[in-house]
Design a protein around this ligand. Structure first.
Ligand code: F0G
Length: 373
């Protein structure tokens, strides 16, 4: 068996890198596609339902797929510093890959609005963390301004190498299933990832897509994993920050799913193309629904994702119940990030299930037996 060394080496012939570009990798990709039969039965549904657990990437989110590409290309072009605005995961990935490459990462984060684990990641990897009194959209605006003059490479998803890396998740899904799913459900913030998946599925199907910033629909490669059809793409947003449902930017986005607390998505136009081309739709979820699904998935299937990620499954379950996603469909939900990044959101509810007893055998035994009765 050869050692797996990340998406660039694995999918090199499908990625727009120069042959002599040296991959900066942490072994990202090859994440599991987990089938949720138990949850489907418990919900009384009939479907082939999977989650693609992107939280198992090296820094705990799907951003690693894009960051390995963006940083590899930045280093190849001679860049010595990268910059991004972030709700937390992009900054964690940027910090880690910059460390790996031996370059500087500047990360702009919204004050008090990123999960603690993500902040710890940026700090431990030695990024320059700039906390702004503003939200992600302000950060994004500042990054674009600053990068006009400062010698830094933007590694937000407006960097087209990011989406090229992230499209590999779709390749892996087609490889694993032997075909594309009927529906692909995904949380939407900046809308880069929904676009990247569509690019990936389109390449597998040998169909160009206008949503691809690289080829603008010119590419019709049929390779890696092939499939005749593409899925319908369904993007879910948090109700308090749902510009795709409102038809335009949202001034003060709010949601407990801080990763997708974005009011002015950078991939606005491509995401609408994805909706059109795939005959998909956007929908929104209340914070309480998102949190309930996060718990349900953890309790019923042993998968702990972060709140933003649970939006995809939450929406899929609702649409399966209503029949909007027909019974018998094959559905893949992207779980974008790891639940360990944001333990506060769980513990804020109190230490549910915690049993406190004296350190004595008899007492502990009784505590066990009471609960097994
Ligand atoms: N889920 C998680 C866990 C995320 O971190 C993000 C985006 C998304 C979903 C949405 O993906 O933006 O491609 O539509 N996080 C970015 C960040 C904005 O800064 O970490 P998208």
């Amino acid at each position: 068996m050869t050692r797996y060394t990340g998406i660039i080496e694995h999918f090199r012939n499908r990625l727009p890198l120069a042959p002599d570009a040296k991959a900066i990798s942490l072994g990202e990709g090859a994440t599991p596609l987990i089938k949720l039969d138990k949850l489907v039965r418990a919900e009384g549904l009939e479907a082939e339902l999977y989650v693609k657990f992107e939280g198992l990437n090296p820094t705990g989110s799907f951003k690693d797929r894009g960051m390995t590409m963006a940083v590899t290309q930045a280093v190849y072009e001679g860049s010595r510093a990268i910059i991004c605005a972030s709700t937390g995961n992009t900054s964690a990935a940027a910090a880690a890959y910059a460390a790996r490459a031996g370059i500087v990462a500047f990360v702009l984060i919204p004050e008090g609005k990123i999960a603690l684990g993500k902040l710890a990641q940026a700090i431990v990897h030695g990024a320059v963390v700039i906390q702004i009194r503003g939200n992600f959209d302000d950060g994004m605006r500042l990054v674009k301004e600053v990068a006009k003059t400062a010698p830094v490479t933007i590694v937000n998803s407006i960097n087209p190498y990011r989406l090229q890396g992230q499209k590999t998740a779709a390749f892996e899904i087609v490889e694993a299933l032997g075909r594309a799913p009927d529906f692909h459900c995904i949380p939407v913030g900046n809308a880069g990832n929904i676009t990247a998946h569509w690019i990936g599925y389109s390449e597998c199907a040998g169909i160009g897509t206008e949503a691809c910033l690289h080829c603008q629909g010119d590419c019709a490669f049929l390779g890696v994993a092939s499939t005749r059809k593409r899925p319908r793409m369904v993007g879910y947003q948090a109700a308090g920050s749902a510009p795709f449902l409102r038809g335009g930017p949202v001034a003060n986005p709010e949601t407990i799913a801080t990763a997708i607390r974005i009011g002015d998505p950078q991939s606005w136009a491509p995401a609408w193309i994805v909706r059109e081309e795939s005959d998909g739709w956007f929908d929104e979820l209340e914070d309480q629904e998102i949190l309930a699904t996060q718990r349900l998935l953890a309790e019923k299937e042993g998968v702990f994702c972060e709140p933003a990620s649970a939006a995809s499954l939450s929406g899929a379950l609702r649409d399966l119940h209503s029949g909007k996603i027909p019974a018998g469909s094959t559905v893949v939900c992207t779980l974008t990030g790891n639940g360990l990044k944001d333990p506060d959101i769980i513990l804020k509810d109190g230490l549910r299930g915690l049993v406190q007893v004296d350190a004595e055998q008899g007492v502990v035994e009784r505590a066990l037996l009471e609960r097994l009765a």
